[in-house]
Design a protein around this ligand. Structure first.
Ligand code: GAL
Length: 432
């Protein structure tokens, strides 16, 4: 347990207070500065992108019909209006399962009979943005034609189709490549995409599964989001890694929590697509599924980090609990907060952990996470955990949609196994 942590939360708000008190003096130099604005910016993704991606549920079994039905479901369920506007077609849209040197990159006419340009027009007419997928290798992860050697040509083609988001996946083709080579291929497509502006502005996702220290440098290359870990599995806390590869929700949290300093408006740590609603029924992902409480916790943590929120389930058949989870406007607001601060782990008592971040209105979002198997009482104290000089503060519960009162003492509440209680703390009276 630590006191008056040199966290981003503490540093922004009360470093002078702690330093005066002598509590942070030794640590103050060690605090890493918050991410500076990237030298290259396309002005996009000022908050984490929200939408849907085809991969987690469907793998490469995708089609124009699926995308149209997905957009209709996002619209009728209210998810589009809740912010889920990117409809991202992942691997499997391409015509050929072949190396690029022997086959062109074009849409599979059986899956996408009207072509991608037509589909982008449909998306735009309905208030969506269309995303597409490629990679810097001869082939993609699923073995389809990649972009190697044709980066400028492909970027121009994507722009001419009206594509708004590109996931550029080097997880397989460049798995063991040295950092310099990964930087080279990520930079190459980044420049090719930026060259399409102002005709078409494209959100750029460099998917490298967290390797080659990508979080440390991708923002500087103008990348809008980058994966911080290997593929997610449909599990909350699987012992070890499924197939010695996949990350569950808690693995992803642990892999990404120290990377928050690299994130900010326009450049985000990506904790991978959401598994909410998969229920162990995915046709693509491994995993046994999670309980509704665990999916809610997963969603809460992705909101806190903050990660892009890309629904991975079949939204045409979403159960009521999953829809309610994905639609929680108060938790979405924590994710979409314009300040774009990342959460810190401000308290770690083994399986009981407290995460916090400052929001743009000066309130603090707090997640009380119980990773253990038994219900526990958990406490957050603005003074002790956040080093905030608050004499009294109001507590709002973002899942119960209720104000819990005004407090002058630490706030304590019951948290069940695998739950994250998400609170928003507002100062009422400040002291010294
Ligand atoms: C993986 C990637 C997945 C998915 C898949 C497609 O490398 O991590 O998210 O895009 O490739 O083949």
């Amino acid at each position: 347990m630590r006191h008056c942590l040199p966290t981003r939360v503490a540093r922004r708000l009360i470093l002078p207070l702690c330093a005066t008190a002598g509590l942070l003096a030794a640590n103050a130099q060690a605090v890493t500065p918050a991410a500076a604005p990237t030298p290259i910016s396309n002005g996009l993704a000022l908050t984490p992108p929200m939408g849907w991606s085809s991969w987690n549920q469907f793998g490469d079994r995708i089609s124009e019909q699926l995308v149209l039905e997905t957009m209709a479901a996002l619209e009728s369920s209210g998810l589009r209006d809740a912010g889920y506007v990117y409809v991202n077609i992942d691997d499997g849209w391409q015509h050929y399962k072949a190396e690029r040197r022997s086959a062109p990159l074009e849409a599979d006419p059986a899956k996408f009979p009207h072509g991608i340009r037509w589909l982008a027009d449909q998306a735009h007419a309905h208030g969506f943005r269309l995303g597409l997928y490629s990679g810097p290798g001869q082939t993609t992860c699923a073995g389809y034609t990649g972009s190697e050697g044709h980066e400028a040509q492909d970027a121009a083609m994507f722009a001419s189709w009206g594509i708004d988001h590109l996931k550029y996946d080097s997880c397989c083709s460049h798995k063991d490549a040295p950092e310099a080579e990964v930087r080279r291929v990520v930079g190459l497509m980044g420049r090719a995409l930026r060259a399409q502006a102002p005709r078409q502005a494209v959100v750029y996702h460099a998917c490298h599964c967290g390797w080659a220290d990508i979080a440390a440098w991708a923002g500087d290359l103008g990348v809008n989001q980058w994966r911080i870990g290997q593929d997610i599995s449909d599990d909350f806390d699987y012992p070890g890694h499924r197939e010695k590869y996949y990350f569950d929700v808690l693995d992803m949290l642990d892999a990404g929590i120290a990377l928050g300093r690299h994130a900010g408006p326009g450049h985000w740590n990506d904790f991978d697509m959401l598994i909410v609603g998969l229920g162990g029924r995915s046709r693509e992902l491994v995993g046994a599924g999670a309980s509704n409480v665990e999916y809610r916790t997963h969603f809460s943590l992705w909101a806190m980090m903050p990660s892009p929120l890309l629904v991975g389930a079949d939204v045409r058949h979403l159960d009521a609990d999953s829809l309610a989870t994905l639609s929680n406007a108060e938790v979405i607001a924590v994710n979409q907060d314009p300040a774009g601060h990342a959460a810190d782990k401000v308290r770690d008592d083994g399986v009981l952990q407290v995460y916090a971040k400052e929001l743009s209105d000066g309130s603090i979002a707090v997640a009380l996470l119980n990773r253990g198997s038994a219900t526990a009482d958990m406490t957050v104290s603005p003074r002790r955990d956040l080093a905030l000089p608050w004499d009294s503060y109001r507590v709002r519960d973002l899942w119960r949609h209720a104000d819990l009162g005004t407090f002058t003492i630490p706030f304590t509440t019951e948290v069940i196994s695998h739950e994250a209680r998400v609170l928003r703390l507002y100062p009422v009276a400040k002291g010294h």
